[in-house]
Ligand binder design. Structure first.
Ligand code: GCU
Length: 688
């Protein structure tokens, strides 16, 4: 049986023990109110009564006096003065469901319910809280590190073959059909507030293009129904060339009437099968995927063409901004990949339909451990936005290395875009988390998306501790005030209810420092991409240096880094609002950790920290390995406090992490020692 992740039996029991429930829902009967009842009776194994006065926990739905806005906010309060009896209320069954999971969480953490009529009320911060699966119909998961897809395929779940090596398996039913696992997954997602999911990879290969039409659509609908009860809308990634591939047309030109009619018919057919379908997710004109530009049209033409029939049904089109020239010549110093998203999409600001959402990766490159914020956020003023994060650890250690990524994501969410005051309204808040809904013309079409990190591995995520990133992604979308620490403490309390304080402190210590540790032994100071090409795990200093992907470090005997200034470099800094542009343009005002992203400097350049760049490289790389050694010792102390399987799983991964960290340390230190000729001040071993 699959691991329960954070909905452990102990945590659920603690909230339900001895209690009698009542669902008081003003007569509404939708998929979610049925789900709410079955969550109580079947999942929590508690009795339901019809009379609120006989229940300890009353879920009140849809009463005007709930005083909560929207269909997702909930309140938990004590009934009268009794600490034992509680009322969970919201306008919809989904809201009550969120309240129920919050009650489980707050019981586990000991926070409980504050006294008084206000109790604990909660409103989601981001409207769309989405998980994007990069699952493929052959069962593989692009950039998946936890076994096969939970939706597709039926290969051995422990097969970690690289996704490109899977053969096509034509004619096979691509659905795994493990509905119990899908239900568990939907519950886990709903318990952290996720309300949208894309089922398939943005690179729509093979039969994946057929998911939106019968007969595969019928199987998709079956999955959609499971998610629907939990308040989660299903999206499909589509192939822009589908009118040719599936429709027999000789073009996919978005302005061609036959193409438009074909898509309109497909969309009608989807809503026939899935009445609450979310919409499409589209990667177009990117990394070889087809798109409108092949026909001399632009992104707006493509997105709006799909948005029109989608709007008739209340659906959305999520259009990805991950568009850049991936056939660059390293000899060409005028093209800078970091500039691409802004160059492609800033001119289209205000031209997208009301139900089109631009999904933008949080940084200008590609989910590196250190990147600045993409300049599109805070500068686009008339385009619905979703920020894309990557939960699966493509560049962050493949869920082999421990990497609790919330500190990094929350830095993004809390970054001040310096958007001008006149755009900010009363709140005056230009941070990413506030500006995304604020600057989206249709705020219900805005939010965060995270690329999924789960698979068929028994513990879902390969490394047990990587579950915290999925948990944390949902919590970060919902609760704008949450911190990396508060989220981790919740996850620990729910996941390891039997662990003692010392063990929890040890795990906490490992996880809270893990993202910084990973950064320490990887590419330094924001330069990024010194990874093994294709695989993206492990060190390869020059793996991408002379390649077509536009990701370079430009190290020579004198110095390193990418000059992106207006004065002497690519001019990328100009894409930011003036305050941030000035900060990054200046060598002295650029934060140390992003120095090499913005500037090319000599190895002897002195950082704000007082160290030279070269000494910083040595120090962080030695520190990275030392930290991993510390994790291994700390983890030994955890043994016996958590389940032996979980302990052994992480222990094994920490050994692999150590090998990885040592390889990074030695190759990076040696490479830059050879380049610079500068010795380590502390005389440590560098393989010169
Ligand atoms: C990265 C990743 C690809 C993925 C792409 C995307 O480049 O390596 O596997 O397809 O991002 O986000 O579209």
């Amino acid at each position: 049986m699959a691991d329960a992740m954070w909905l452990t039996e102990e945590a659920v029991d603690a909230a339900a023990r001895g209690r009698v429930f009542c669902v008081d829902n003003a007569g509404a009967e939708d998929a979610s109110s049925l789900r709410l009842r079955s969550e109580i009776v079947e999942f929590m194994k508690r009795p339901l009564v019809s009379d609120p006065s006989e229940a300890d926990v009353v879920l009140r739905i849809g009463y005007a006096d709930a005083g909560l806005d929207g269909g997702e906010a909930f309140r938990i309060r004590r009934a009268g003065t009794s600490a034992e009896s509680i009322v969970i209320e919201g306008n919809t069954a989904v809201a009550a469901l969120y309240g129920l999971y919050a009650w489980i969480r707050r019981t586990a953490t000991g926070e409980g319910v504050p006294e008084g009529p206000e109790g604990y009320a909660s409103v989601p911060q981001q409207a769309m809280r989405m998980i994007d699966h990069w699952d493929q119909v052959d069962g593989s998961v692009e950039r998946g590190y936890a076994g096969e897809s939970i939706f597709f395929g039926d290969l051995d779940s422990n097969d970690h073959t690289d996704f490109r090596d899977f053969p096509e398996r034509p004619g096979r039913d691509p659905f795994r059909g493990d509905m119990a696992r899908i239900e568990s997954y939907a519950r886990l997602l709903a318990s952290v507030g996720i309300n949208a999911i894309a089922l398939n990879n943005v690179n729509v290969r093979g039969r994946a293009a057929e998911l939106m039409v019968q007969p595969l659509l019928g199987r998709v609908a079956r999955i959609a129904r499971v998610f629907s009860g939990f308040g989660i809308k299903l999206f499909l990634a589509i192939n822009f060339a589908a009118p040719k591939k599936l429709g027999g047309l000789d073009t996919a030109d978005p302005l061609d009437p036959a193409v438009r009619a074909w898509w309109s018919g497909v969309i009608d057919g989807i809503y026939n099968a899935i009445p609450d379908f979310g919409g499409f997710l589209v990667k177009a004109d990117a990394e070889g995927e087809p798109g409108p530009m092949q026909y001399g049209r632009d992104h707006k033409d493509g997105a709006n063409m799909l948005a029109e029939p989608m709007a008739r049904h209340g659906g959305a089109v999520i259009w990805r901004a991950f568009v850049y020239n991936c056939r660059q010549d390293w000899r060409d110093r005028t093209t800078d990949r970091a500039k691409a998203a802004f160059e492609n999409f800033a001119p289209l600001d205000g031209q997208f339909a009301d139900n089109v959402i631009l999904q933008v990766k949080f940084g200008p490159m590609d989910f590196q451990v250190r990147e600045p914020l993409t300049p599109l956020i805070g500068t686009l003023e008339h385009t619905n936005l979703m920020v894309e994060f990557q939960i699966t650890a493509e560049y962050l250690g493949h869920q082999i290395d421990v990497n609790y990524v919330l500190p990094q994501w929350l830095r993004v969410a809390n970054f001040d875009t310096a958007a001008p005051a006149e755009l900010l309204g009363q709140a005056g808040d230009a941070r990413v988390k506030a500006i995304v809904p604020r600057l989206s013309p249709n705020p219900s079409c805005s939010g965060y998306a995270g690329v999924a990190n789960v698979g068929m591995d028994d513990n879902w995520t390969g490394n047990k501790l990587a579950q915290a990133n999925l948990y944390g992604f949902g919590r970060m979308c919902w609760d704008g005030e949450a911190t990396a620490e508060s989220i981790l403490d919740e996850w620990l309390a729910l996941t390891f209810p039997q662990a003692g304080a010392a063990a929890l402190e040890a795990i906490r210590g490992i996880m809270l420092t893990s993202n910084q540790t990973y950064e320490n032994y990887c590419a330094p100071l924001g330069v990024g991409f010194m990874v093994v090409p294709g695989l993206h795990y492990g060190v390869s200093v020059n793996g991408y240096e002379y390649d077509r992907w536009g990701t370079y470090h430009f190290a020579d005997r004198d110095g390193m880094g990418v000059d992106r200034t207006v004065a002497t470099g690519s001019g990328y800094t100009a894409q930011y609002r003036p305050e941030n542009a000035a900060m990054y343009e200046g060598l002295d005002t650029t934060p140390d950790e992003l120095l090499l992203f913005f500037h090319h400097v000599p190895y002897g350049h002195v950082l704000h920290s007082g160290k030279t760049v070269i000494q910083h490289i040595y120090d962080t790389h030695f520190a990275g390995v030392e930290a991993v050694d510390g994790y291994i010792r700390a983890w030994d102390g955890v043994r016996g406090s958590i389940g032996e399987d979980d302990w052994a799983n992480v222990a094994e991964r920490l050994q692999r992490q150590r090998e990885n960290a040592v390889a990074w340390r030695d190759q990076i230190n040696t490479y830059f020692h050879r380049m610079s000729g500068v010795d380590d001040e502390h005389g440590r071993t560098i393989y010169a």
